[in-house]
Ligand binder design. Structure first.
Ligand code: V47
Length: 376
């Protein structure tokens, strides 16, 4: 404790617990969010991060693919979804999706991150064929695809169980689930920001089922809109509880709300989150989610500058090359659409840390001039 100078004395008992490796309670989580002693939060979160990972910072070379933005839901938080036939609405034919997947191939991508809208007319078979076709063309690329919200929708339109949907997608090449659609679990807030989405119970059930089928997944939380400190802590502790049960989550990613072009942005008339809030969310997540191996700084959402600093506030993973991002850029993000491998490595090195290229399952990726291998 000698190195830690607390400005907020209320943090002292929590700091003792963190340094002793003890689990924090709901009330202590709220206390962390209420505190403005950002450097103390960062010190404690970095302590936990370094105990787990030392100076190692993970990153991956991935590509996002959004096969359609047509969506039957009208979530107030979203600027990406379009109604059928509306200006800017698009749906990729399978061949087009395969072509898009191959663009930017020089970076030797190890992961496709695939999410899209809830399309009213595409049959479930489209998604099965999409995965199967990608796997045939890019057999070594991991397919991280479809948020729990999309999985729930496929179950709804086919009347098949979640387990059956996930099993069919797994057979077609699904490797893991991304963490989108979690937003905020607290029902009163969730009803306002995304009343058309599945509820918390269903989101958690889908991830639980995926874990039972041997799939790994990630989890997210959307902050910086109308949620309270209690909502955030409740969200994180529900994730922690499921992780105690399944140990299937690899990573947690705090996502900052981008208000431009969204109904919610108009309602709350608030600008984007600040660096202070972004760093606090990374640090508190690292402190509360004691059973999550990784905390990711998603530079697209928090800017490369803040994401780099987040590596000293609890984050151990910097996502990713991305190549072409749509969800945040439709909501006004001014970050680039993607970053090179070298750009990511530079951010990590200049933070005094050691870049470690991983695949989706955190296995090391080794590159030579002509080949890329994943050590299993
Ligand atoms: O679920 C949508 C969010 C998520 C907005 O799993 C918005 O590794 C801010 O989940 N402002 C999709 N956020 C992205 C996502 C993700 C990103 C990176 C890595 C991983 C992972 C997952 O984006 C949605 C929603 O929470 N979102 N609209 C908006 N206006």
């Amino acid at each position: 404790m000698a190195e830690l100078c607390l400005q907020d004395k209320a943090l002292a008992p929590i700091a003792e617990k963190v340094l002793a490796g003890e689990r924090l309670s709901f009330e202590e989580g709220v206390e962390l969010y209420r505190s403005n002693d950002l450097l103390a939060l960062g010190y404690l979160a970095n302590h936990v991060r370094e105990k787990r990972h030392g100076k190692r910072t993970y990153f991956n070379v991935n590509r996002h693919i959004n096969p359609t933005n047509v969506c039957v839901a009208s979530c107030k938080l979203c600027a990406f979804g379009r109604k059928p036939g509306a200006p800017g609405a698009y749906t990729m034919a399978l061949e087009e999706a395969f072509r898009v997947a191959g663009e930017g191939w020089t970076e030797a991508i190890t992961e496709f991150h695939i999410v899209g809208g809830l399309h009213p007319d595409l049959p479930f078979q489209y998604y099965v064929d999409l995965l199967r076709g990608l796997k045939e063309r890019f057999p070594r690329v991991h397919l991280k695809a479809f948020t729990a919200v999309e999985i729930g929708y496929y179950s709804h339109i086919t009347r098949l169980s979640v387990r059956e949907i996930l099993s069919q997608l797994k057979d077609a090449g699904l490797g893991s689930l991304p963490g989108g659609g979690a937003e905020i679990f607290a029902p009163a807030t969730r009803r306002i920001i995304c009343d058309h989405k599945i509820g918390a119970h269903m989101w958690l059930k889908i991830h639980r089922t995926a874990h039972q089928l041997g799939l790994r997944s990630t989890a997210t939380m959307l902050y910086g809109h109308i949620e309270s400190d209690e909502d955030r802590v409740d969200h994180l502790l529900q994730l922690r509880k499921l992780q105690d049960e399944t140990h299937g989550f690899e990573t947690f990613i705090p996502l900052a709300f981008h208000p431009a072009n969204t109904e919610l942005g108009k309602m709350i008339n608030r600008s984007e989150t600040t660096g202070f809030m972004d760093l606090k969310n990374v640090a508190v997540a690292r402190l509360l989610l004691d059973n999550f191996p990784h905390i990711k700084a998603y530079w697209i959402m928090m800017t490369p500058r803040v994401a780099q600093v987040a590596l000293k506030f609890g984050a151990d993973d910097l996502d990713g090359t991305v190549v072409e991002e749509k969800i945040y850029h439709d909501a006004g993000a001014e970050t680039p659409l993607g970053m090179t491998r070298q750009g990511i490595v530079r951010l990590i090195r200049e933070a005094g840390q050691e870049p470690f290229e991983r695949d989706t399952l955190y296995r090391p990726v080794r590159r030579t001039e002509t080949s890329v291998t994943v050590r299993v």
